[in-house]
Design a protein around this ligand. Structure first.
Ligand SMILES: Nc1nc2c(ncn2[C@@H]2O[C@H](COP(=O)(O)OP(=O)(O)OP(=O)(O)O)[C@@H](O)[C@H]2O)c(=O)[nH]1
Ligand SMILES: [Mg+2]
Length: 261
């Protein structure tokens, strides 16, 4: 059993990708299940096999305790983390090869608070797992957003301590040729450092261009896969990247037979 944890900022496309990846795997005769860990979500583009809302529903907490949406979500995830054993038992009883876990958009749950990483620790145990850190690629058009996305991804990486793949989502929305520019940032961080310096020219900077270069170079330690969850472009590459992390190969030969199929 492998866990694929889908994290990312609000609206980056986590639920859409969870659904698309589930159907991609199942259509390729692979055995997958989905888990919704977002207790506040109203509707989902897939029918989760396991749903945190059956344990705690953030919308009920808002009504019952007069909480705002963020407070209710944080409270709901805290409650979920006390009852995570129930979720774990349900997930493990499914005996699926791939467990795709969709998470709430409030990044601080994973990047700052204790509940997110603690909950994942219990769910996953020492099973081979990978985090997909989703970035809405349309925002990467601006160099400072690119740096910000890398910093967020790094916070999540250091907190979850799982191998991480950076997924540039929604590439169907990018201007022609832009994806090459993004990939080039990885190959040549100096271009990004240079563009960042230009963007911030009139702002007093704490870092010089060489510092930016070093930071960008260090932060780009992750594998990057551009995808569209709308037209499924990049999904073969995403599957190969996941396989390299969890199974050490990159094709169907490294798959294990499913006890369920
Ligand atoms: N064009 C395009 N739109 C996408 C893609 N992936 C997601 N979207 C759209 O982006 C919006 C947000 O998608 P969700 O999947 O709900 O994003 P999320 O990260 O789960 O959102 P939260 O759970 O609220 O944080 C929806 O309108 C999706 O249809 C994509 O690859 N291409
Ligand atoms: Mg969602």
């Amino acid at each position: 059993m492998y866990f694929i944890i889908v994290v990312g900022t609000a609206g980056s496309g986590k639920s859409t990708l969870t659904s698309a990846l589930y159907y991609y795997l199942v259509n390729n005769q692979l055995d997958a299940v989905t888990v919704n860990l977002d207790p506040a979500v109203e509707s989902l583009p897939y029918k989760p096999d396991i749903d945190a809302r059956e344990i705690v529903n953030a919308r009920d907490l808002m009504r019952r305790y007069g909480l705002g949406p963020n407070g209710a979500l944080v409270r709901a995830v805290d409650i979920l983390s006390y009852r995570v054993d129930e979720l774990r038992d349900e997930i493990w009883s499914l005996k699926a090869n791939y467990v795709i876990v969709d998470t709430p958009g409030q990044m601080e749950i994973f990047a700052f608070r204790e509940s997110g990483p603690a909950m994942l620790d219990v769910l996953i145990g020492d099973t081979r797992s990978v985090t997909l850190f989703l970035i809405d690629s349309i925002y990467l058009v601006k160099p400072s957003n690119y740096l910000s996305a890398l910093l967020l991804a790094s916070s999540t990486y250091f907190r979850l301590k799982l191998p991480q793949i950076l997924v540039y989502n929604k590439i169907d929305l990018l201007p022609e040729g832009f994806i090459d520019k993004l990939i080039n940032y990885k190959e040549d961080p100096y271009t990004l450092a240079d563009e960042l310096a230009k963007e911030t020219m009139n702002t007093p900077m704490l870092w010089g261009i060489d510092d930016i270069y070093t930071i960008v170079e260090k932060l780009q330690m992750y594998e990057i896969v551009p995808v569209s969850s709308k037209n499924l472009s990049g999904f073969n590459d995403l599957y190969a990247a996941i396989q390299r992390v969890v199974a050490g190969g990159e094709d169907y030969y490294t798959e294990e037979p499913s006890p369920r199929l």
